[in-house]
Ligand binder design. Structure first.
Ligand code: NAI
Ligand code: SF4
Length: 430
C-alpha cells in the first residue's frame, strides 16, 4: 500500500504558506547555500543520480537535459521555466506556485548556478493574473533577502529572474513556441533539432524545465539524490503531485511516490463522489493521453507501467468520470479545445482537428452517419505522427482510445448512411 508523501505540499495549509518567512521556517534556501558552496558539475550529477524525470509530461531525464548544454563559450545561456500549465485537467503547477512559490524560486537559483546561467525566465500562462502577482511578490522577497540579484549570499554569483506572462495560448506550453513567444513573436513550434539545449532563447543554449521539476531540485540538493531515488519505481523515481478532478469526493492535489495506483488515490480522496456510481473512464495524464477504464484501476502510475497499458503518465492529471458521463460528449469537448488551440502551422492538425470536432458534434447529437466512426479513426491516423508538434498527436489520443473502449456509445449516435445526409460531392469531404 503506497502512502502519501507531502513534501512540496507539506505546508500548503499554513495560513501564509507563500511567504518567504514560512518557507525559511521550513528549511527554505538552505539547499541554495549548500549548492553555491559546491561545484556546478556536482549539481548536474546529483540531478542525474536522483533519476528526476521531467514533470511537465514527457518524462525526459532532467539531469541529462542539463548535461546536453554545450561547454561555456563566454556568451549567455538561459534557464526558462515552463509555467504555461494549460492541459485540460492539469492543475498542479498553478497551486504549487500559489501555495509555495519559493520552492520554484530556490530551484531556479540552484539550477541556474548548475548550468552557468545568469538570467532565468519563468513563462507563466497569461490568464492567471493572481499567480503572476504571487510570483512577482515572491521574486521581490527573494531579491530583498539576497537570494537573487548580485553576489547571492556573498558567493559572487549573480542571477536575475524575469517573470513573463504569456497571452493565453495553449501552444505556448510547447517549449519552442514558448521561446518564440518569449522573444516577442507569435508562439508557434520550431523545428527540432536543434533542441533548445543547443539553440534556444535568442538562439543561445537554454534549459526549459517544468515548474514541478525545478521545484523538486532544492529537495534533491538538500536531502540527497538517494533520498529521492529511493522513492517511486525502478525507472520512475521520486514523487509527484497527482491532480484528482471530477467524480471523487475530495478532488485536489495528492503528492505520492510514482507507482501509486488510481484505486489507492481514489481511496485517499474519499471514494467516488456518489458511492453508488461506478467509475467509467479516466485520464492518467490529462486530456492528451489515451483514456483508461475501470479495468486500469490497479495500473501503477509510473511512466513505464502506464505506457505498457497504452497510455502516458503525462502530467498526472487524473480526471475521473463515473457512469453518468457520456464518453462521446467528453471527447467532443476536449476536441473542441484542441481545434480552438491548434496554432494552424501544419495542415493535419489545423484541418484535422476541425473535421474531428464536426464529426464528434454530430455523433453526440445522434446525427452521425454510419461511416463516421471509421472516418474519425482514419482522420486520427492521418494526424498522429504527421503533425508538426505534440498538440496534433495529443488531440487524437482521447478519440481513438474512447472508440477502442466504448465503440457502442459512438455507434448509438450514428444511424444514417452519409449518402442520405450529404450530396455526393460533400459526402467525400465529411
Ligand atoms: P519531447 O519528448 O519531445 O521532449 C521532452 C524534452 O526533452 C524537451 O525539453 C526536449 O527539448 C528534450 N529533448 C528530447 N530529446 C532531446 C535531445 N536529443 N537533445 C536535447 N534535448 C532533448 O516532449 P515535448 O514535446 O517537449 O512534450 C510533450 C509532453 O508535454 C506530452 O507528453 C504531454 O504530456 C506534455 N504536455 C503538458 C502540458 C501541460 O500543461 N503541462 C500541455 C500539453 C502537453
Ligand atoms: Fe500547430 Fe497543431 Fe501543427 Fe502543433 S500540430 S504545429 S499546434 S497546427
Amino acid at each position: 500500500m503506497t502512502t502519501l508523501t507531502p513534501i512540496l505540499t507539506k505546508f500548503w495549509d499554513h495560513p501564509r504558506s507563500w511567504t518567504l518567512a514560512t518557507y525559511e521556517e521550513n528549511d527554505g534556501y538552505s539547499a541554495l547555500r549548500t549548492a553555491l558552496a559546491g561545484d556546478p558539475a556536482d549539481l548536474v550529477q546529483a540531478a542525474k543520480d536522483s533519476g528526476l524525470r521531467g514533470r511537465g509530461g514527457a518524462g525526459f531525464p532532467t539531469g541529462m537535459k542539463w548535461g546536453f548544454l554545450p561547454p561555456p563559450d563566454g556568451g549567455p545561456r538561459y534557464l526558462v521555466v515552463n509555467a504555461d500549465e494549460s492541459e485540460p485537467g492539469t492543475c498542479k503547477d498553478i497551486p504549487l506556485m500559489m501555495a509555495a512559490p519559493h520552492f520554484l524560486i530556490e530551484g531556479v537559483a540552484i539550477t541556474s548556478f548548475a548550468i552557468g546561467c545568469h538570467h532565468a525566465f519563468i513563462y507563466l500562462r497569461g490568464e492567471v493574473v493572481h499567480v503572476y502577482r504571487r510570483l512577482m511578490r515572491a521574486v521581490e522577497e527573494a531579491y530583498a533577502a539576497g537570494y537573487l540579484g548580485k553576489d547571492i549570499m556573498g558567493t559572487g554569483y549573480d542571477l536575475d529572474v524575469t517573470v513573463h506572462a504569456g497571452a493565453g495560448a495553449y501552444i505556448c506550453g510547447e517549449e519552442t513556441a514558448l521561446l518564440d513567444s518569449l522573444e516577442g513573436r507569435r508562439g508557434q513550434p520550431r523545428l527540432k533539432p536543434p533542441f533548445p539545449a543547443v539553440a534556444g532563447l535568442y538562439a543561445r543554449p537554454t534549459v526549459v524545465n517544468n515548474v514541478e521539476s525545478i521545484a523538486s531540485v532544492p529537495l534533491i540538493v538538500g536531502r540527497g539524490a538517494d533520498w529521492f531515488s529511493d522513492m517511486g519505481t525502478e525507472k520512475s523515481q521520486g514523487f509527484g503531485i497527482f491532480s484528482l478532478s471530477g467524480h471523487v469526493k475530495h478532488p485536489g492535489q495528492y503528492e505520492a511516490p510514482l507507482g501509486i495506483t488510481l484505486r489507492e488515490l481514489i481511496d485517499m480522496a474519499g471514494g467516488m463522489r456518489d458511492p453508488d456510481k461506478k467509475l467509467k473512464f479516466w485520464t492518467p495524464g490529462g486530456s492528451s493521453t489515451p483514456i483508461f477504464t475501470d479495468a486500469h484501476l490497479d495500473v501503477p502510475l509510473d511512466f513505464e507501467s502506464v505506457a505498457a497499458e497504452g497510455s502516458m503518465l503525462g502530467t498526472r492529471a487524473l480526471q475521473i468520470f463515473d457512469e453518468t458521463v457520456s464518453v462521446v460528449r467528453a471527447v467532443s469537448r476536449w476536441t473542441e479545445f484542441y481545434k480552438h488551440e491548434s496554432c494552424g502551422k501544419c495542415t493535419p492538425c489545423r484541418e484535422g482537428t476541425w473535421w474531428l470536432a464536426q464529426i464528434l458534434e454530430r455523433i453526440e447529437h445522434g446525427r452521425g452517419t454510419t461511416e463516421d466512426i471509421d472516418k474519425l479513426v482514419d482522420i486520427c491516423d492521418n494526424i498522429l505522427g504527421r503533425s508538426f508538434c505534440a498538440l496534433g498527436d495529443g488531440a487524437t489520443s482521447p478519440i481513438t482510445s474512447a472508440v477502442q473502449y466504448f465503440r457502442e456509445e459512438f455507434e448509438a449516435g450514428c444511424h444514417t448512411p452519409a449518402a442520405e445526409l450529404f450530396p455526393p460531392a460533400a459526402a467525400t469531404l465529411f
